[in-house]
Design a protein around this ligand. Structure first.
Ligand SMILES: *Cc1c(COP(=O)(O)O)cnc(C)c1O
Ligand code: SF4
Length: 341
């Protein structure tokens, strides 16, 4: 029997940069420019698809896009209050593959992998491979969803759910389509941003055919990530009747200034995407150098409120282990989570 040829996006993924030397050469940055930054990628490897590398300015070792994906020595610094599972994910998995923290919606972990490794991610320490859906796990997860008729929205997450091939995704969506109580299917994915090749006609057909409304929440942190290829992909996604939202993480020396955040909202709108959340960093081990303190975050958010129409202001939120939803942070907020200063 002939094996199905691998898709172009899968080839692009295989071509992702995984070696610092290769990356430096491509970006025309002398490795010595990065030499104070010893490699920290043993446990969480360097992984950058070429389309995303094209969002990095050539020759600029301090590029804000590069900073998101470059392993640096600060990751190895031990910082108090930075935890392996800061958002309490392991405690909220009723069965492998399902995270059911909030009422009405549950998160289905479809795969442990991502197309990219973002250095600030809480996933870097999380044993997601243990959560990967095998077919028996998938059956159990579907049974859980079937029994919990109070759930009306399923969030496909990971890792990145768009790493599933079209066949798997199609089967998964068809299975969810059978449940009357599920009203919406939400896809949380950074892939449209980092690997826009993935948005193929086959994928769009699969999503268009879903009985339930599909929402896609992408993840971009900086205007330079919003490439012409992404614009093209978003146009097609919107034409397929899918609502597009974006979530960002507030990251030091990436997007921690009002001009950039305002420009990001404006550009997202041009792409047909509405800003959804601006997250405070989850305090995962190895990510402390990305933290923007809460006070600064609130001040930045106030500047966004002043400068933008309400629908272009993302909600400033943080995730607190054990909380019944994301926690909204606003200027009057005197509540502090136990580990925030
Ligand atoms: C963030 C998250 C959600 C989604 O929350 P919304 O506020 O609906 O976007 C759902 N489940 C889990 C486990 C989450 O972490
Ligand atoms: S794509 Fe999302 S889940 Fe994956 S490493 Fe980046 S931030 Fe983490």
């Amino acid at each position: 029997m002939q094996k199905k040829p691998i898709a172009d996006w899968q080839k692009a993924l295989q071509n992702a940069f995984t070696e610092l030397d290769q990356l430096c050469k491509y970006l025309e940055i002398a490795p010595s420019k990065l030499s104070h930054q010893t490699i920290a990628h043993q446990s969480f490897p360097l992984k950058i698809p070429r389309s995303f590398a094209d969002c990095i300015e050539k020759g600029n070792p301090n590029d804000p896009i590069l900073r998101q994906v470059l392993p640096i020595s600060e990751e190895l610094t031990d910082v108090p209050n930075y935890l392996f599972d800061p958002v309490g994910d392991q405690a909220s998995a009723p069965i492998p593959g399902i995270l059911h923290k909030y009422s009405g919606r549950a998160l289905l972990i479809t795969t442990g992998g991502c197309a990219i490794n973002c250095r600030y991610c809480f996933r870097r320490n999380f044993p997601y491979s243990e959560f990967q859906l095998s077919s028996s796990r998938l059956q159990n997860a579907l049974a859980y969803i079937e029994q919990h008729t109070d759930i009306n929205e399923i969030i496909l997450s990971g890792g990145d759910p768009l790493l599933l091939n079209d066949q798997h995704l199609h089967e998964l969506i068809q299975s969810l389509n059978l449940f009357e109580h599920i009203k919406r299917i939400r896809i949380h994915s950074r892939i449209p941003v980092v690997l826009p090749e993935r948005i193929t006609p086959e994928l769009l057909t699969c999503l268009e055919n879903s009985r339930q409304k599909v929402i896609m929440v992408i993840h971009a942190n900086h205007t330079n990530e919003l490439s012409p290829q992404l614009a093209e992909a978003c146009k097609k996604i919107a034409e397929s009747g899918i609502l597009l939202l974006n979530q960002s993480v507030l990251l030091k020396e990436v997007n921690d200034n009002a001009e950039q955040l305002i420009a990001l909202s404006e550009k997202l709108f041009q792409f047909g995407i509405l800003p959804y959340y601006l997250h405070l960093l989850d305090r995962a081990v190895g990510t402390a150098h990305f933290e923007v303190d809460r006070h600064t975050a609130i001040k930045l958010h106030q500047q966004l409120l002043k400068a933008l129409p309400g629908y272009l202001v993302p909600k400033l939120v943080e995730e607190q282990a054990g909380a019944p939803s994301k926690t909204w942070i606003n200027q009057n907020d005197s509540n502090r989570s136990p580990n925030q200063t």
